[in-house]
Design a protein around this ligand. Structure first.
Ligand code: FES
Length: 122
């Protein structure tokens, strides 16, 4: 039997990746890859800040949601959203990480400023 090579988790949009053992949480894989996923509850399914999206068609590459995750996410699970702290990696997978809210706010401001400049040009 071939030795298990581990699971490669690719995080988008950064493209960073980490190889972890089967059963490691997506959150731990993100830390290993240097990808920042905000958390407040320390990985206990309490803060719901660690939501990520598992690419369509790769749902089976992470362990099916357990009772706690089902209760917390409800029908959102159907859209591919998972709690990074609860979802265990099962095989190679690509995960979408939402933009940091602070960075998103800065980006929106910069874009608005840029649009403002363009307005002045016209
Ligand atoms: S880290 Fe808080 S819910 Fe996952």
């Amino acid at each position: 039997m071939k030795p298990h090579k581990g699971c490669t988790v690719i995080f988008q949009p950064s493209g960073r990746q980490a190889t972890v053992s089967r059963g490691v949480s997506v959150l731990e894989a993100a830390r290993k890859a240097g990808v920042n996923i905000a958390t407040r509850c320390g990985g206990k399914a309490g803060c719901l800040m660690c939501k990520v999206t598992v690419e369509a068609g790769e749902a089976s590459a992470v362990q099916p949601p357990g009772d706690v995750e089902r209760r917390k996410l409800g029908s959102t699970l159907n859209t591919g959203i998972r709690l990074a702290c609860q979802a265990a990696v099962w095989s190679d997978v690509t995960v979408q990480v939402p933009e940091d809210p602070l960075k998103a706010a800065v980006r929106r401001k910069l874009e608005a400023a840029r649009r403002g400049e363009e307005d002045e040009l016209w």
